[in-house]
Design a protein around this ligand. Structure first.
Ligand SMILES: [Zn+2]
Length: 223
């Protein structure tokens, strides 16, 4: 199945009018939480919310309309280079599941970590870069549920963002109305290798689904 959402961010230069000045005013990675940046963060959310069609940059889950309260995600984490925290090509919106799993993990090839300027080639990165890469060249979304890699970059993206973890699988099961159709979900995860899922994750997911089915049956009986 081809991916139904945006493939790549159409970059618009200078949507943050003063972003070059902002970069000069950060002193370390924690500057991001400084109150003086609240307004500019709002502008960033509004901008990427539209450009990304309210979809997470990595898993493509639906984000809140307008991007309110969604994490602003640094593609190269602040821990690796805090001077890129307002670099426009380093910013996107992501869902909480991707953002918290990705956290401070490195996304650049080690040789690029000391680069004086923001690395601008897609080959500089080990995961899908929403500004430089085409999503469907790297990853495939299958059965409206699982993420399958096409390249090593896709594989690393699944790993770094936890795309086949419980948070994502349950979300995708729920939005595809699989809540009342657990048998079909269980059938799909009988083939773990097809999706690159670890056996322990499949077992955990299956157990969690069975537990939910039991709970739903109990609730229905009580009605
Ligand atoms: Zn996501």
């Amino acid at each position: 199945m081809s991916f139904p959402f945006f493939e790549k961010i159409d970059f618009v230069e200078e949507y943050i009018p003063s972003h070059k000045i902002l970069i000069l005013t950060v002193s370390d990675k924690n500057s991001w939480s400084d109150k003086k940046f609240q307004y500019v963060k709002k502008k960033i959310r509004f901008h990427y919310s539209v450009v990304q069609d309210d979809k997470c940059a990595y898993c493509r889950r639906q984000l809140n309309f307008g991007g309110y309260s969604e994490p602003i995600e640094h593609i190269v984490p602040r821990a690796d280079n805090y001077l890129w925290m307002f670099e426009q090509k380093n910013l996107v919106l992501s869902c909480n599941a991707c953002n918290s799993c990705k956290s401070g993990k490195s996304t650049l090839k080690p040789a690029m970590l000391t680069s004086a300027t923001y690395p601008a080639n897609k080959t500089d990165y080990i995961i899908y870069h929403p500004h430089f890469d085409i999503y469907s060249n790297e990853l495939e979304f299958e059965d409206n549920m699982f993420y399958k890699w096409k390249t090593n970059k896709g594989k690393k993206t699944i790993e770094v963002c936890g795309l086949n973890n419980m948070a994502h699988l349950f979300y995708n099961a729920a939005v595809n109305n699989m809540n009342n159709d657990y048998d079909s979900v269980l059938d799909k995860i009988m083939y773990p290798n097809k999706y690159g899922l670890e056996k322990k994750d499949v077992d955990e997911f299956r157990k969690a689904l069975v537990r939910r089915v039991k709970h739903l049956k109990k609730l229905n009986k009580a009605k």
